[in-house]
Design a protein around this ligand. Sequence first.
Ligand code: UTP
Length: 296
Amino acid sequence: MQPKIQTKIRKAIFPVAGMGTRLLPQTKVVPKEMLPILDKPIIQYAVEEAIEAGIEEFIFVSSKGKNAIEDHFDAHPELVSMLQNRSKVKELKILEDISFTPGQVAVVRQPYPLGLGHAVWCARHLIDDDYFAVLLPDDVIMNKISCLAQMSSAFAEKQGAYAAIMEVAPSQIHLYGAIATDLSQDKKSLPIANIVEKPKKEEAPSNLAVIGRYILPKSIFGILEQTPKGAGGEIQLTDALKALIGRVPFYGHVFEGARFDCGTKLGLVEANIAFGLQQDDIKDDLKKILKQYGAF
Ligand code: UTP
């Protein structure tokens, strides 16, 4: 009998154990993933994206002082009964949208911030499917069809590893991992020939930057185990991704949507404006405010 080919991504890992030092002092006590874009914390955007992509199990790789993240997705019976008593139907629906069945959300700890690669590896015992997703919540992506849903559809057609990629200005490529690929191909999923981490403008193989959405094979855990500490003394996911090239089909997926780096001040402000301008109840007033500040 032929082994069954996986066509659906069911599990997602959300690494949330980082220190968020770029947003200090705000992140001293409040996890960066709990900072708001309008009325929702950053992490909820990533979780909603995963739900839209059909993810069934949600794994947070968390750390000391970050319990607010798991609490946010846990039941809150007192609040629910208070809202019920007051017939607050709209508010009850808001809570219902982030309620999960028991066991659907799991939390593993990364005891020390040894890097993103190490954080992903910490969830190894919870992954049994051949392929799973990784979402970095501080990359917030706005689009009608979510970024991970776009990648999951590509995976359903063509199995393999995927990394979300987007074109960035040459002056910005040194902040990302840049992929080498056959740029003459007019496709959404481009086979990755190499990834160069934080290249100088002149040395970048392309302006296509890897951002925080991945579909990865289970074999990445074995690779991570062998991955030595890289930049900053951390176990880098990018180093493991490089080792993946040639072992499984590996595509950079050009996604549709706007991406905001909410691990930075500017990205966080931009995301709040962009999402605010999409909301019917505040967009007109927000435009007035922006005008008042000379924005347009
Ligand atoms: P970042 O480098 O953007 O997050 O990692 P950081 O380390 O929290 O931020 P700064 O640079 O100090 O401001 C990308 C993602 O990987 C997670 C982070 O939580 C973030 O979601 N991460 C990073 C871990 O889970 N563990 C780590 O050891 C490092």
